[in-house]
Design a protein around this ligand. Structure first.
Ligand SMILES: Cc1cc2nc3c(=O)[nH]c(=O)nc-3n(C[C@H](O)[C@H](O)[C@H](O)COP(=O)(O)OP(=O)(O)OC[C@H]3O[C@@H](n4cnc5c(N)ncnc54)[C@H](O)[C@@H]3O)c2cc1C
Ligand SMILES: NC(=O)c1ccc[n+]([C@@H]2O[C@H](COP(=O)([O-])OP(=O)(O)OC[C@H]3O[C@@H](n4cnc5c(N)ncnc54)[C@H](OP(=O)(O)O)[C@@H]3O)[C@@H](O)[C@H]2O)c1
Length: 392
């Protein structure tokens, strides 16, 4: 067997975060080739799952992401026109857009980056990685989809951009018989259409009140008022609707408040003074779960529902098995540096993370703490932390 190839870094995941990491490392001339691993190199979940979701960020921020590093600008300049970037320049930069525009842009940048000689794009998954004792060398094990074999590579840096999936929480109603609707399906109207019977009465429970929940309600209402007239919705929410507020130079509730189309629709249709008269109110019954009433409300109302969709946030996808000299590591993410510590609080050499699974923690002028999730936010974070990753 040939000896493992050496790389300057291995980047795991080719969603928008992995792409931004590779762009930043290339711009900083990391001093060697980069191995980039993903099952498909198709821009991650934004393309696979959320093409039909309206963005909650402005077009200008997708453009800023695409122009933030020289390797991306080179791809933009060398890709035949019209292309996903030129298409985006025709949209209003101050408005949101359908996420398929952002997905296509990421796919175009990915295609250009993977053609470079200093990038080894490996179709597959990283299954495990071991850090040599007292050294900055990772041995990374990749299940290659091209050779259908295990490939081992060596690198001083391992960067996890492995993404997150919708969270499921246990529902405290013993013996409940209810069909689960995947949030990803509910966020994709073309798939949702076929996921619910159109000709018999159905009641869908929607849990949550943030962006995903509002879009789930919107998509279900759109079905109820068109193809699925017998559809009813019970909306379980434990807090009032929260909106982003544009202040002088910053945004209050930037990461937690509703924005864009979801905010406009919620204001118009779902607020307590609107719901009784709004079109959405013809199909939605709001179940107030505030003040610790969740369990009681679930027990009272869920048995009459046929389906349930949970829109209660996102949870990190499983990581490759990580170890140091064969001993398992339980990495704790440092939201400031993008690095990790082990279970004893010691820095794990050469291990970094970014993206929805490993976001930056930010504090606003009112001292609210939140996690920075979004394409431009990933890019800004990486521009700040990548120099230290490269020099370490
Ligand atoms: C519904 C929704 C709407 C959003 N809307 C916006 C928006 O409007 N604007 C905005 O800026 N942001 C938005 N975001 C936030 C963010 O941009 C997306 O969540 C984005 O997809 C996160 O990118 P990522 O690269 O971190 O993860 P992902 O897109 O999940 O990509 C992770 C990649 O890693 C791969 N992977 C995982 N494990 C391994 C492994 N072991 N080996 C190899 N590959 C692996 C996966 O297959 C995948 O391709 C939205 C998020 C959600 C959930
Ligand atoms: N483009 C878009 O419009 C769009 C659409 C969807 C998502 N996104 C992005 O994707 C990321 C995730 O957004 P998200 O809306 O899925 O989730 P989120 O912002 O993480 O919010 C999770 C919500 O679920 C509630 N919740 C958590 N546990 C709950 C429980 N057990 N029961 C009831 N409610 C519970 C939380 O309420 P508490 O505050 O009370 O805990 C919160 O409102 C964000 O970055 C968002 O911007 C964007």
């Amino acid at each position: 067997m040939s000896s493992p190839q050496r790389y300057a870094a291995v980047v795991v995941g080719a969603g928008p975060a992995g792409l931004a990491v590779v762009g930043n490392l290339l711009e900083r001339q990391i001093g060697g080739r980069i191995a980039w691993v993903d099952p498909s190199f198709q821009a991650g979940r934004i393309n696979k799952k959320y093409r039909e979701v309206p963005s909650n960020t402005k077009v200008s921020l997708f453009q800023a992401y695409a122009k933030a590093v020289q390797p991306f600008r080179t791809v933009i300049d060398t890709t035949p026109k019209p292309n996903a970037f030129t298409t985006m320049t025709k949209l209003d930069p101050d408005q949101g857009c359908s996420l398929h525009y952002a997905a296509d842009l990421c796919k175009m940048l990915t295609e250009g980056i993977t053609k470079r000689d200093d990038v080894y794009a490996c179709c597959g998954v990283v299954t495990k990685a071991d850090l040599a004792e007292n050294q900055s060398q990772w041995t990374i094990y990749i299940k290659s989809y091209e050779t259908l074999s295990e490939v081992q590579v060596l690198a001083p840096r391992l960067i996890l951009c492995t993404g997150s999936s919708p969270t499921f929480v246990p529902i405290p109603v013993p013996g409940l018989s209810i069909q689960k609707l995947d949030l990803d399906v509910v966020l994709k109207p073309t798939e949702l259409f076929g996921a619910l019977p159109a000709d018999s009465p159905q009641t869908v429970a929607v849990i949550g009140a943030s962006h995903s929940a509002i879009l789930a309600l919107m998509n279900l209402v759109n079905l109820a008022r068109s193809s699925h007239p017998k559809l009813q919705i019970k909306w379980f929410t434990r807090h009032a609707l929260r909106y982003a507020e544009y202040k002088d130079g910053w945004i209050l509730r930037d990461n937690t408040g509703l924005k864009g189309l979801a905010a406009a629709w919620a204001r118009e249709q779902l607020e307590d003074n609107r719901l009784p008269q709004s079109e959405a109110g013809r199909f939605i019954e709001k179940i107030d779960c505030s003040g610790g009433r969740e369990t009681a409300q679930y027990q009272a109302h869920l048995p009459s529902c046929t389906h349930i969709v949970q829109a209660v946030g996102f949870t990190r996808d499983p990581l490759p098995a990580l170890s140091r000299a064969g001993r398992p590591l339980e990495p704790q993410f440092n939201h400031q540096t993008g690095g990790f510590c082990d279970q004893d609080g010691q820095v794990i050499k050469g291990l970094y993370g970014a993206g929805i699974a490993f976001p930056e923690r930010v504090v606003d002028p009112y001292k609210n703490v939140s996690l920075n999730v979004g394409l431009w936010k990933f890019m800004s974070f990486l521009k700040r932390v990548c120099p230290s990753w490269v020099s370490a």
